[in-house]
Design a protein around this ligand. Structure first.
Ligand code: SF4
Length: 174
């Protein structure tokens, strides 16, 4: 719970997909554990099962921060620019998910209002933005679904398990 609180209190979480993690590890030669932050110890598996298979936690990885809360790869500029995560390529926009009344997932394009560039410069190409948003969502889904399906097939997850997740977007209202 301490870690969860710490996650919620940070404002600019940079979510990482498996593709991002592999690209950064290849480029920097660093072990993922050096730059990947997760609620539980990072072991490459984004799905954790707790409470006798009744609780499934999608432990989505984010970029580690330094003590001053800046990204571990920030040194006056981005030091991994050519392989920066898809969430960074999207910034200040972000994917905000919503569940429709029929159960479908709707992807909204939100933005971080703290970005000083909002409202300045050239208009963003909407198609490029939509492509990045769907790419991010699809990568994230393909990171999680195979792991979930394997666990369900092996009986590691109970049929009425509740799913919890850490995802960017609108915060839950208390
Ligand atoms: S753009 Fe680079 S320095 Fe900035 S958060 Fe992304 S990876 Fe880190």
């Amino acid at each position: 719970m301490e870690r969860l609180k710490e996650f919620c209190e940070r404002s600019n979480l940079i979510y990482l997909t498996e593709k991002d993690i592999n690209a950064i590890a290849r480029r920097t030669g660093k072990e993922p554990a050096k730059f990947v932050d997760t609620l539980y110890d990072y072991d490459g598996c984004f799905v954790k099962v707790k409470d006798d298979a009744r609780k499934v936690i999608l432990d989505l990885p984010v970029m580690k921060s330094k003590a001053d809360t800046t990204c571990v790869f920030y040194e006056n500029c981005c030091t991994i620019y050519s392989v920066r995560p898809i969430a960074c390529r999207l910034f200040p926009f972000r994917v905000e998910e919503e569940t429709a009344s029929n159960g479908d997932t709707l992807l909204n394009i939100g933005y971080n209002p703290t970005c000083p560039g909002i409202g300045k410069g050239e208009l963003v190409d909407r198609r490029k933005l939509e492509k990045l948003v769907s790419e991010l969502f699809l990568q994230r889904t393909s990171d999680i679904n195979p792991q979930l399906q394997r666990m369900m097939a092996s009986g590691a997850i109970s049929a009425n398990a509740k799913v919890y997740r850490t995802l960017p977007g609108k915060r839950e209202k208390n």
